[in-house]
Ligand binder design. Structure first.
Ligand code: 4NP
Length: 147
């Protein structure tokens, strides 16, 4: 049974906390967390402009703090969701021998969007566009897990 879900991006201050926040708002009975493949922002809350964009949609990210993805996460979670193919590559590099935890792209659950990754709003500055895609994808993920 898929109950523990980890969302992963590069910095763990924009996309993955937004995905975790959007998913838990919709499906609070799951155990969720998020992490970054980098350790650049460890201990920091989500990036201010992302928090503000999420808050304006009723999604509160203020309790989240960045941490780095680690090999123990393969055992702690039933499903690991990356935001782009670089995230997936960096996650797979750490996979322990014999571990079979699924590692998927968030956009696998938003096929009608045509997107093959979540563009990083830290660089694009399009926080609302990222949230539109993230909200569609977490709805698809929740429906997939319920089916
Ligand atoms: P995220 O965005 O991976 O969606 O959290 C980033 C945030 C910060 C940096 C890179 C990506 N950075 O280079 O500091």
């Amino acid at each position: 049974m898929t109950h523990r879900i980890l969302f992963v991006c590069l910095g763990n201050i924009c996309r993955s906390p937004a995905a975790e926040g959007a998913f838990r708002a919709r499906a609070p009975h799951y155990m969720t967390d998020s992490a970054g493949t980098s350790g650049w922002h460890i201990g920091e809350p989500p990036y201010g402009p992302m928090q503000a964009a999420a808050r304006s949609r009723g999604i509160d990210l203020s309790d989240l703090r960045a941490r780095q993805f680690g090999i123990e996460d393969f055992d702690r979670f039933d499903l690991i969701i990356g935001m782009d193919t670089e995230n997936i590559r960096n996650i797979e590099t750490l996979r322990p021998a014999g571990n079979e935890t699924p590692v998927l792209l968030l956009t696998d659950f938003a096929l009608q969007s045509g997107a093959d990754h979540v563009p990083d709003p830290y660089y694009t500055r399009d926080f609302d566009g990222a949230l539109d895609l993230i909200e569609a994808a977490v709805a698809g993920l929740e429906a997939h897990l319920r089916a």
